[in-house]
Structure formats: structure tokens, C-alpha cells
Design a protein around this ligand. Sequence first.
Ligand code: TYM
Length: 355
Amino acid sequence: MSSFKPLVFSGVQPTGNLHLGNYLGAIRKFVALQESHDCIYCVVDLHSITAQLVHDDLPSQTRSITAAFLAAGIDPEKHIVFNQARVPQHAELAWIFNCVARIGWMNRMTQFKDKAGKDRENASLGLLAYPSLMAADILVYRATHVPVGDDQKQHLELTRDIAAKFNNDFSRRIGELGIGVEMTMGDETLNGFFPLTEPLIEGPATRVMSLRDGTKKMSKSDPSDLSRINLTDDADAIAKKIKKAKTDPEPLPSELAGLKDRPEAENLVGIYAALAETSREAVMAEFGGRQFSAFKPALAELAVEKLAPVAAEMRRISADRAYVDAVLRDGGERAGALAEATMKQVREIVGLLDD
Ligand code: TYM
């Protein structure tokens, strides 16, 4: 019996502007992984209607995230770029996973608790079931590796729980059909159909924080635009936001331990390290003992140098809507063929007649 073929999958929601957290925590890693893996990158439009159903600009947001993928350097010919709604097998597998996952698992998700707020009874059922669709996104390709920021860690643990329960519940059937991969789970060996996906959450920028409050995640939904650097910001806006970023009065420390209880300093050092593609230790070796008044201009210059070409390329690609649509159509067809091959087997495992 073979093992699972290495395959990378990840997704980004088309809601609001992409920011530095999305770029450093996810998209830049997507680009790097293309060298070593087959990759599928998806604009997850079905996810974006879970928190708010009506979006005036959903099609343009979807195209804009696609343009960002391409501008950052994702190759849509060697790999696959598409939007989720084009491949209905995601939603089909999500339904099956809704019957695998337990309500208790969903209720424990911190993102659900945050997004639903106090009035949980009034949140959409889609928001509660969101992680089940996310598991389906990944597992409909039987993807083995998922690059994401730290905030998605719990959802990926749940993806593994769903895969493990499905494998376990259907182990005999998977074995009879001869389509499984031998897996050890605890002290048992069973026939698994879905891999236990590995999250890829590494490097100095897995959790980029708000520029206004180092204890809060940088986010699309923060009402203050000064809290984030958008991928579309021009050089002046980037420089201004870094200049206004909250800091403390102490100079930068020379060692990691000195960042303890200094969330804003820690965040800016992490951003610098990620942009410069170096470690936080190396940044502190260079800037330790210096004031923020010296560090901030260096950070602004580096951010402009790294982000301005991506923003310019994004504008250029966005202007060619026909090209963006052609990428999504082609990616959707290729993804659809892979997803249907998985679903044929899933229907067979579960016992759903389809021919
Ligand atoms: P989304 O659209 O909120 O964010 C896209 C990616 O950006 C990362 N990210 C961050 N990384 C570092 N610092 C931050 N401040 C920051 N903010 C966001 C996210 O971790 C993510 O990797 N549920 C997902 C989308 C999704 C998905 C999937 C991802 C749907 N299906 C399947 C992977 C695999 C989400 O809402 O990401």
C-alpha cells in the first residue's frame, strides 16, 4: 500500500483588503512551497458568506485575492489557482463532514466564539459549520500540508480529528474497497482514506499583530486602518503607519529574552525579520540598543522595498480582468477533476449511489 502523495493546499477569504499578516503568514509561504511541492491555492468565497451573507463586491474581492496570489509569484500553470464555488465537491464533502464532526467540536472553536460574539443563537449555521467546510477544502484533494498563520491552528487540528474519525468509522469499508493507506493511529493499524494533514506554521511572522496594539492580531476587520499595512498601500501610507505604530520608550533589546512583555517591540522585530527573510535574533544583533526612532525608518524602507513591487504587480494584473477570470476558470477545471476523483471514492465508501 502506498502512502499519501505530498500535496499543499491553502485558502484565503475574499473579504476586505489583504494585509501584511496575510502576506507574511500565508501568501509568501505559498510562493516558496511551489519549489518543492504540487500546490493548490484557493480563494474561499463560500467561507466569506458565513459571517455576512450579502457582499456588494464579492466578485471583485475574489478577483483581487487572485491577483494578489499571482502578483506575489504563484504560478497558475504549474500549480492550481481557483475559487472554491467553482468546485461544488467542496460543499458536498463538507456535508458529509457535517455528519462526521460533532456539535461539541464546533462549539469549542475560538474563531466561532469570537465571530459569533454574545448572541450565538443568532449566528448563521454556516459560521458554526465553517471548520467542516475548511476540512473539506483540504481533504477533497487529500492534501498533506497546509501553510497558514497561527490563527488557523485550531481549525487544522479539527481537520485531523475529522479525517481520523472518518478513517476510523469507515476503516473496514475502505479496506474492502482496497483504496486506503495503512495508517497507525494510537496502537491500532487501520485503512485510512484521508491523510492527517500537517499544518505549516513556521517563521517569525505566524501571528502579525496590530500596529496600534501588540496584543491584538492584525486583521481585516479592525476599524482602524492604521492598525494594518494593506497590500495595496502606497509607500507614503506604509511609512506613515510604521511611524505611527505603537511602541514603548525602551531601546530595542539585543536578545530574544528582552522582548518578553514588550508585545509591540516583539511584533515589529518579527515583521522586520520576516520581510528581510532572516531570524529575529539576527535583527536584534543588528538593532539591539538602538531607539525605535532609528529602527522604524529602517523597517519602513524595507517594507516599501518588499511590498511596493507586489502592489504594483497586483494593480497591473487586476486591470486585466479577462486574464484573472481565465486563470480561475482553468484552475477550477483542473481542481474539479481532482476533487471529483476523490468524491467518487467517498461516495462509494459511504454508500451513496452515483451512477
Ligand atoms: P483568512 O482569509 O482569514 O486569512 C488568510 C491567511 O492569512 C493568515 N493570517 C495571518 N497570518 C499571520 N498574522 C496575521 N495577523 C494573520 N491574519 C491572517 C491566516 O492564518 C490564513 O493562513 N479559514 C481560513 C481560510 C481557509 C483555509 C482553508 C485555509 C478556508 N479553507 C483551507 C487553509 C486551508 C481563513 O479564514 O483565512
